[in-house]
Every structure is written in C-alpha cells, then in structure tokens.
Design a protein around this ligand. Structure first.
Ligand code: UGA
Length: 431
C-alpha cells in the first residue's frame, strides 16, 4: 500500500485516483478548484463516467479530496500529475498547468518521492521537468511517465483491465516502484522504458488510431463512388490479424478531447523538431472534411437550398456514453446547417446542456421523437442505443419527409428502407 497524491480531478485524475484507491492505496485527490473539491467531498461527481461515482463512493477513507496543497503533498510518496494539456492556437499542447504542479512541489518530506506524469505531454517534457527539479535541488524526487489509455465511457474497465501499462523512467528503481503500484492488476504487459519513449507511445497510439479512422473514412468515400460497402470491407480487412477489427468503423469523423488535440500536438512536435509529418496533415484534413460530409448528402435529397429546411440531429456527444461534446462532429454539422439557414433541432440523452451553452441557436428537443417531429431529414450523429431502438414506424409518421442520414452506420438501413424511409449511411450500399 502506498500513499498517492493525484493532482487534477478532471477526467483522468478522478478515474486514476479511484482506481489506485481501489487497488488498496491511500489516495488524496487535489485540485485548485475549491468548488469542485467541495462537490467531490459531498460525493457529487462533476463528470459523467459510467461506474465512477459508485467506485469513488466504495473507497471510503482510502480516497479523500483537498484543495490545500500543503495537505495534498504532505504524505504523498507518489505524486501523479493528471491535469489537462489543452491545445493552444499553434497546435502545441499547453503545459502551463503541468508546470504549476512542478513549481508548487514542496521540498523533501523525508522519504523518496516519485513524480508521475499521466497527463499527455510532448516528448521532452519529462526531461525538462527532471532538469528543473535538479536545478532546484530536488534530486531526491524520481520521475516517471505513465501515460493513460482510458477511453471515455469505458474508463473504469480500461483502467482495471489495461492492454498494457507503460512506465518510462530513468532508473530501474523508479520503474519498479511505479510498476509496484499496479501489482494487483495482474497485467501481463508492463512495458518499462525511458521517459521520452513512454511519452511518444501515448502520442503515437492516439495518432495511429486516428489514422485508422481517417483511412477507413476515405475508403468509405471511395466505396460510395464505386459501389462497395465499407462495413463489409472493414470486416474483411479486420480479419487479417495484422490489421485487426478495431477502429475501422466509418462515420462522420472522430472528435473528443484526445484525438484531435494529440494528432495536432504530434504534428506540431515533429514540425518543431524540423520534421514535416505529412501523414498526420492528411489525417486531420480528412477528418475535418468528413465532419461536413452529411451536408452534401442532404443536398442530394433536399436540393441545394437547405434554407428553411428542418433538420433533426440525433446525438451531440462525440461518442455514446459520455456528455462530452469537445470537438464533436455535431458542432461542425450544426453550425454548417445554421449557416445554410436550416432549422436545427437536436436531441442527445445527456449532452444537451453542454451543447446549449455552446450553440444557443439550435433548438433542443426533449426526446428523439420530438426532434424528428416535422423534420425534413434526420441525421444520426452519435450512435446511442436508444436511437437504434426507436419505434421507427412511429418516427415515419411524424417526419415531414422520412429521410435518414446515418452518420455512424448504426441503424438497420435495409429494415428502414422496407418501412419506406429514404436511408443513406457512410460508405454503405443498402439495396
Ligand atoms: C481515446 C483513446 O481511444 C484512448 O485510448 C486514450 O486514452 C484517450 O483517447 C485519451 O488520450 O485520453 P476517447 O477519446 O475517449 O479515447 O474515445 P475513442 O473511443 O477512442 O473515440 C474517439 C473518437 O473516434 C470518437 O469520436 C469516435 O466516434 C471515433 N471513432 C472511433 C470512429 O469514428 N470510428 C471508430 O472506429 C472508432
């Protein structure tokens, strides 16, 4: 059992704190946001993540929260940096919050501490932090990069059953100490390496997954032109073990707080080092265009003039099981439609409030059926199960024109066509 301080109680921090406490460690979550800490102390979890509230509640005294740095750092043998590193206008990651943590570290507390970075930081950040610590006479502090690979919506399972744990540290002692924290997970893939390689593994993994998505999206676009079906193509490709079946679902682009940010940051990192990462430039551009692809499809059915048309957006979150709308395709799509003069009516099971703050000009419905009422077209933007389970016969009766554009290839297109819908997916052939 170790004493751990987790700095940052956002998405990564809370999941990390809860899972480390669940492994038997004594964890204190620290955040500069007093209001957030007050909520957490009441058991009120400020983010939506399935199972997280229950997991935090189950930890009892093993997991506490504070906004007082003295209290937070007093006993921590391991200090996890879990603050966010949002993109700046240049595409670089903003590391100001990471540096604030480093700058506020107190002098030695009588035992050897390890500073562990979970935040996604550009390669070279760990070396800079280590140099800064040394220059301030904090040589007793070990340093490790321990990137996270959690997906929103399945973060608890991802943390409990990780495909791999990556630990980058300068010394075998630090590597072993951090690895020891995860002993009870029984993960057979613990990769210990140097700090820079660990930092790069995180970026390369996210950039590769984003590349896979942009690749299959381009294949989908070509499938539309040549009469093939991308779903079958993806299945056929994925059966090759060298390719694998995952992240080959074509759609209207990837979003979220990670892929767009990390792909840009890696491209920027390469550029800052004098290397032009051409492939990532294409990955980003393909994704931006893919987010707009629905507009062309709507025009084909409704005519060039979308002004005055009523378009229902089903789903706003960047993916199901989250209320996160950061970089969501829905933002681009809704804005484009509004710019065309269309009336946009949107519904999402949990992300509506977040979107309302960002795009007040959209009309928000209380249910999918309400959004589809009198609509000239419905667009599936996020593949929530409740859309798949809709009573489509009823939907057809309430729509002005039974036209569905399925941006996630989630619905049963053939069945919908039989019901009398005009239906189109992304790269699919429904006959
Ligand atoms: C992603 C990674 O999957 C995690 O491993 C990583 O830890 C995390 O970023 C992070 O860096 O913190 P996340 O952003 O939660 O996780 O979401 P994903 O499930 O990866 O989906 C990202 C986007 O890709 C979504 O918009 C989703 O709709 C889209 N996607 C995913 C596709 O369009 N097609 C696919 O086949 C898969």
């Amino acid at each position: 059992m170790s004493r751990i301080t987790v700095v940052g109680t956002g998405y990564v921090g809370l999941v990390t704190a809860a899972c480390l406490a669940d492994l038997g460690h004594v964890v204190i979550g620290m955040d500069v946001d007093d209001a957030k800490i007050a909520r957490l102390r009441q058991g009120d979890i400020p983010i939506f993540e399935p199972g997280l509230a229950e997991l935090i509640a189950a930890q009892g005294n093993r997991l506490t929260f504070t906004s007082n740095p003295d209290e937070a750092y007093r006993d921590g043998e391991f200090i996890f940096i879990c603050v966010d590193t949002p993109p700046m206008y240049s595409g670089d990651a903003d590391l100001s919050r990471v540096w604030k943590v480093v700058d506020r570290l107190p002098k030695s507390v009588g035992h050897e501490r390890v500073l562990v970075t979970k935040s996604t930081v550009p390669v070279g950040t760990g070396a800079a932090i280590k140099a800064e610590l040394c220059s301030r006479g904090f040589e007793d502090i070990g340093y490790a990069s321990n990137p996270e690979f959690l997906r929103e919506g399945t973060a608890i399972a991802d943390a409990r059953y990780p495909d791999r744990i990556v630990i980058g540290a300068d010394t075998p002692e630090t590597q072993d100490r951090v690895a020891g924290l995860y002993e009870r997970l029984c993960c057979s893939n613990i990769l210990t390496t140097d700090v820079a390689s660990a930092e790069m593994i995180k970026y390369a993994s996210n950039a590769f997954l984003a590349t896979k998505i942009s690749f299959i999206n381009e294949i989908a676009n070509v499938c539309e032109a040549v009469g093939a079906d991308v779903r079958v193509v993806a299945r056929g490709m994925g059966l090759d073990q060298r390719i694998g079946p995952h992240f080959l679902n074509a759609g209207i682009g990837y979003g979220g707080s990670c892929f767009p940010k990390d792909v840009s940051a890696l491209k920027q990192l390469a550029g800052n080092s004098g290397y032009h990462f051409q492939l990532l430039t294409a990955v980003i551009e393909v994704n931006e265009l893919q987010k707009r692809r629905v507009i062309g499809k709507l025009r084909r059915y409704l005519g060039d003039e979308l002004r005055g048309k009523r378009i229902a957006l089903l789903g706003l979150a960047f993916k199901p099981h989250t209320d996160d709308i950061r970089e969501a395709s829905s933002i681009v799509l809704a804005s484009r439609l509004l710019a065309e003069g269309a009336t946009v009516v949107a519904y999402d099971p949990i992300a509506t409030d977040n979107m309302r703050r960002l795009l007040p000009c959209v009309t928000y419905a209380a249910s999918a059926l309400e959004a589809l009422q009198d609509a000239d077209a419905g667009v599936v933007v996020t593949e929530w199960q409740e859309f798949i389970d809709l009573d489509w016969q009823r939907v057809k009766a309430v729509m002005a024109r039974p036209l569905l554009i399925d941006g996630r290839n989630a619905l049963h297109g053939a069945g919908l066509k039989e019901l009398g819908f005009e239906y189109e997916g992304i790269g699919t052939q429904i006959r």
